[in-house]
Structures are given as structure tokens and as C-alpha cells.
Design a binder for this molecule. Structure first.
Ligand code: AMP
Length: 587
């Protein structure tokens, strides 16, 4: 077995990669590094992210770097800012023990002045997006005359993004006797043309099977009716409580729309697409990397530079136009020895596309059924129980409050208490999925109409106009048809309460001491609130009617008045008790 030492790398580089925990070279590293170091060959590498290709080109760059120079001798081109930053960071980490080696990422969407200054201060390895590099060349800030090695990473994507002219200019500005490496997940004809034009008898190296998908990834598909696409997404996400993944959409508009809907419903999601400012994209990526966001809703292009090893899922909300793009998407999971699931939501008409992708990835998709409401509730419930079981109570922090808490709970039996705690944490899922209909397309059905006459479920019928793929009407929940045990609430998603209501922070949540056992329903509750008041109209948000008590939301500005009035009010000879209730933080 080849080791890194066998590859002839300098001791300080070996020290750097050992510190990163790399023990043996990945197949692409074992193939590329000796070709470049020993033979100075040009390389065309067919490799996806996750194969270790960054070190495959990064380590030879370092081996050749002469830190006494001030102009760059290595140039890496990458399609996106994120990828540039990631590559520069990776190379810096391999070079940790190489002294004053300067790696500089330069990309658009941010001040060029600082980049010009950094370039003037001396750079050894320049990592650039093509557009920004052209800008820097035109301003005479980037000097490519000493470049000895050029790497084009994710070349197919750079071409997809229309960088071909820029690449032509850049490559023509580099010395002819340079070494050139090109890496691409796919090998369309344009890449071959680029290789023929700018490379000298390149050695073609493939990491794993040509276009084959990583073996660590399971591929699942779900047949859906087009109108149920979004609902199906929510069900799947709800079915995997620890989900940490990317939801791929086709267009920027879709990406924003799906992310908005998920966020409105309290899901821990954020959009990532090219219409966001660079600052916004950075912020989203930081949150995603730190796992403060669990679902990234992204376009293919924006997700290019994402280097996150622990994704549990890649969700193809829409199938990509090119089967190769699927390979790219699914390669985002199942990385660094971990397993992952790449799943596809496909309508009946997209069946043949699935077969095409199977041919490209050389793997079969597993057909899965969209989880039923009861299954989701079960999974979520036991996830909650698991969490409670594993929670380590910090004695010191709660100790001072315990006597009072024990006193408050004295009258409850153990069973009652458990029931209450679980209900409080969990009732939203139960309410949302109560009586929910199956979203699965019956076997043999070829229909994918928008009609819902075959559906008996109140939630799904109610939701179609709002949650279906035909747009989303935020205001539509404001009518009388709302409430915890009614379709309106379920339309908002099981997690809505976590975020804080229909209109986000404009609503305050109130506890009231009556529930179903008192024959309370949403209309009656609204009646009580209105009757107790002095005629001022109150805007309601979500209403959740539970057995012995209920919660409702009202516009924040009216909260104090409503609480004061209600606490003076009697209903069915019973003194009403109402108090502010904490809104849940987002997961
Ligand atoms: P890449 O394909 O360059 O994005 O690398 C994918 C992941 O594999 C990154 O997290 C690297 O840090 C890791 N990696 C790369 N080479 C090795 C290696 N030889 N041993 C262990 N991990 C590696």
C-alpha cells in the first residue's frame, strides 16, 4: 500500500497532513501526486468532491512552492467563492508547518481593494474565481508570469457558469511550460476540448468508476403527486429528526420560496442561491457549517463549494435536468467514511429520468413510501423520549428551583406528569398529523392531476391551496377556519409553534385554562376573548385547543389588554385564567 512518505513529499508537508489525521493517500491522491511530482505530467482528473482531490492537487503545489518568491507560482481556479475559500483553507492546513507560505483566495462579491493589497504583499498560491481574476489582471494587480502550475477545479461547473472566455484569457496569460491539472465531476465534450487546447498529453485519472456514485450513499425515491411535493418534503424531514442536509431546487426562485415556507413553518432552514449578497451567503454557510441550520435549501451552483462531511441527507426537491448533476448532488453526502441518503421526489412523469440516473450512477434507487402521519408521530415522540432519557440534569442550576417545582407538581401522579410533559412538547406534531391522509400515489396510478376529489383528509384538502406547489397565501389563515383541531392549523406545519406563529414575532402566545373538556373550540375561544374585551378588535394567530387547557396567539400590541380582560372574565360560571406563554425557540 502506498503511503504519503512513499510519494516523496517534503517532511514539513507530511507533518501537516499527519496532523490532519490523514494516514494513507486516497486513490486519487496515490495516482495524481506521483504523476505530477515525478513526471510533471498534465492531469485530467475525473473526480467528485469527497474523493480527496483537494490534497491530490494541493500537496504537489506545496511541494513546488518556493517561499522566497513574492509572485504567485501556483494558480487554482474554482467556480465559486465558497470553493475558493475552502481550497485555500485546506491548502493552508496542509502547509501548517511550512513557515511563511501565503495562500490567497480572491473572488467576486467583495472588496477588490483588499485583494489588491494582499496581492501586493506577496502571494505564493493564488486561488481564484475566473471573473475576479480577470478583473485583477486588468488592473495589473495579479501577475501570472511566474505561474508554474495551474489547477482548474470543478471545471465542468466553471463551464456551466459561462466562465469559458475568462478561462481562455487566464490560461493564455500563464507561461506555456506550466503544468496544468483539470478536475471535473463529469467529462462533457467542452471539457475534452479545453483539455486538448491547453494541456500537453494529459494523463487521465479517474477516482473510482467513471461517473459512479459513492458507495456510501443510499439512493431513495418517492413518487409524489406534483401538488404534494412540498407536503412530502415536510413529511420526510419530520420523519428524520436528526436530519442535516441540503434540499436542491431547480431555480433561485424556487429555492427562496421553499426556504421561506419552511422557515415560516418553524423549520430550521435557510436558502442559498446566487441572488443573495455575498454577505448573506457567508452568514448562511457559517450557520450551516456550525449546524445552527439543519436544512440548506440551495441551487446547484450555490451549493458547489460546500465542504461539509457529515450531511445525513441530500434531498432532490426537483430532479436536475442533467443526470450528471445528480451525481454531484448525491456526492455531497456519504463522505469521509460516513453513510448518507440521497433522495428524490419525483412525479409520475419523471419515472424515466430516474432510470437515466440509475444508468449514470450505476446503482438502483430504492422506492420508498412517504411516511404516514402516525409513523412520523411515533418517530418524533420516541426521539423526544430519547432526548429526555439522555439529558443530563445540571443539578446545581436547577437545585434552587426544585422545591417550588416539586410543590407545584405534588398533586400529579407520575403518569399524569409524564403525559403532560410529553403533551406539552409534542402536541403540535400530534395535532398536525391527526387524521392526515396518505400522500403516496397508489400502485398502478398514472394520474398526476391537480384534482383532490379522491382525498378524504381535511388537512390535505385544506392545504392544497396553500401548501401545494401552487403558491402560498400567508394571509389565508386569517379567516375563521383556524384552530388547533382544525385544518387551518395543520396547514401551517407541525413546527409552526416553534417559530412563534403565523406572523412570526408579531404574535404573542397565551395560555388559557379551558380546553376541549369545557367544550371549547376555536370559535368559542375567539368569542370569549372578544366578549371579555371592550369592543377592540383582536387579531388572532394560531389556536390550539387541548383537553384541559389551550393556547392561542394574538397580535402582540393587544396582549396586555386581552390578558387583563380575560382574567376578570367568567365563562360557564368559571373564572378564566390566562397568562402569557413562552414561545418555543427554533430547533
Ligand atoms: P475533498 O474531496 O478534497 O473535498 O476531500 C474530502 C474529505 O476527505 C475532506 O474532509 C478531507 O479532509 C478528507 N481527506 C482527504 N484526503 C484524505 C486522506 N488521505 N485521509 C483521510 N481524509 C482525507
Amino acid at each position: 500500500m502506498t503511503t504519503f512518505t512513499d510519494l516523496g513529499l517534503k517532511p514539513e508537508i507530511l507533518q501537516g497532513i499527519t496532523a490532519l489525521g490523514y494516514e494513507i493517500p486516497t486513490p486519487i491522491q496515490a495516482k495524481v501526486i506521483p504523476q505530477v511530482l515525478d513526471n510533471r505530467s498534465d492531469i485530467v482528473g475525473l473526480a467528485q468532491t469527497g474523493t480527496g482531490k483537494t490534497a491530490a492537487f494541493g500537496l504537489p503545489l506545496l511541494q513546488w512552492t518556493d517561499t522566497s518568491l513574492r509572485t504567485p507560482t501556483s494558480l487554482v481556479l474554482a467556480p465559486t467563492r465558497e470553493l475558493c475559500v475552502q481550497i485555500a483553507k485546506d491548502i493552508e492546513s496542509y502547509a501548517k508547518y511550512m513557515g511563511k507560505l501565503k495562500v490567497l483566495p480572491v473572488y467576486g462579491g467583495t472588496s477588490i481593494t483588499n485583494q489588491i493589497r494582499d496581492l501586493r504583499n506577496g502571494v505564493h498560491i493564488l486561488v481564484a474565481t475566473p471573473g475576479r481574476l480577470i478583473d485583477l489582471i486588468e488592473r495589473k494587480a495579479a501577475d501570472l508570469s511566474a505561474i508554474e502550475i495551474v489547477v482548474m477545479d470543478e471545471a465542468d461547473e466553471m463551464l456551466n457558469m459561462g466562465f469559458i472566455d475568462d478561462i481562455n484569457i487566464i490560461l493564455s496569460s500563464c507561461p506555456n511550460d506550466r503544468t496544468t491539472m483539470l478536475f471535473s465531476a463529469t467529462m462533457p465534450r467542452e471539457i475534452q476540448r479545453l483539455a486538448n487546447k491547453y494541456m500537453n498529453n494529459p494523463v487521465e485519472i479517474t477516482a473510482g468508476d467513471r461517473n459512479a456514485s459513492t458507495s456510501q450513499v443510499e439512493h431513495h425515491y418517492y413518487y409524489i403527486r406534483e401538488r404534494d411535493r412540498y407536503l412530502a418534503l415536510k413529511r420526510i424531514v419530520d420523519y428524520y429528526p436528526g436530519i442535516y442536509g441540503i434540499v436542491f431546487c431547480k431555480t433561485k426562485l424556487d429555492t427562496q420560496r421553499i426556504a421561506d415556507k419552511l422557515m415560516e413553518e418553524g423549520y430550521n432552514a435557510e436558502p442559498l442561491h446566487g441572488d443573495l449578497s455575498q454577505q448573506q451567503r457567508d452568514r448562511v454557510m457559517d450557520k450551516f457549517r456550525n449546524k445552527n441550520v439543519s436544512l440548506l435549501v440551495a441551487t446547484d451552483v450555490a451549493a458547489r463549494g460546500i465542504d461539509v462531511d457529515s450531511l445525513t441527507h441530500v434531498i432532490n426537491y426537483n430532479l436536475p435536468d442533467e443526470s450528471e448533476t445528480y451525481t454531484h448532488r448525491s456526492g455531497r453526502t456519504g463522505r469521509a467514511g460516513k453513510t448518507g441518503i440521497s433522495l428524490v421526489l419525483a412525479n409520475i412523469k419523471e419515472r424515466s429520468k430516474i432510470r437515466q440516473i440509475e444508468n449514470v450512477i450505476k446503482k438502483k434507487f430504492e422506492k420508498k413510501l412517504i411516511p404516514e402521519g402516525s409513523e412520523i408521530c411515533r418517530v418524533q415522540l420516541f426521539n423526544l423520549i430519547d432526548k429526555i432519557e439522555k439529558t443530563e440534569a445540571m443539578d446545581n442550576d436547577i437545585e434552587p428551583f426544585l422545591p417550588e417545582i416539586f410543590a407545584r407538581f405534588e398533586s400529579f401522579s407520575r403518569e399524569d406528569l409524564i403525559r403532560k410533559i410529553v403533551a406539552e412538547e409534542f402536541h403540535r406534531f400530534l395535532i398536525y398529523y391527526q387524521n392526515s391522509a396518505s400522500l403516496n400515489v397508489p400502485e398502478g396510478s398514472d394520474r398526476d392531476s391537480g384534482r383532490d376529489s379522491d382525498r378524504g383528509d381535511r388537512r390535505d384538502r385544506g392545504s392544497r391551496g396553500r401548501d401545494g406547489d401552487r403558491g402560498y397565501d400567508r394571509g389565508s389563515d386569517r379567516g375563521g377556519d383556524r384552530g388547533g383541531d382544525r385544518g387551518g392549523d395543520r396547514d401551517r406545519g407541525p413546527r409552526s409553534g416553534y417559530k412563534g406563529g403565523n406572523d412570526g414575532d408579531n404574535f404573542a402566545r397565551v395560555f388559557i385554562n379551558c380546553g376541549k373538556m369545557d367544550d371549547l373550540n376555536p370559535q368559542r375561544l375567539m368569542g370569549i376573548v372578544n366578549d371579555s374585551g371592550n369592543g377592540q378588535r383582536v387579531q388572532f394567530g394560531r389556536i390550539e385547543i387541548l383537553d384541559k387547557f389551550s393556547f392561542f396567539e394574538i397580535e402582540k400590541s393587544t396582549e396586555r389588554m386581552v390578558l387583563e380582560n380575560l382574567n376578570k372574565f367568567e365563562w360557564k360560571n368559571r373564572r378564566i385564567k390566562a397568562e402569557p406563554s413562552e414561545k418555543r425557540g427554533r430547533r
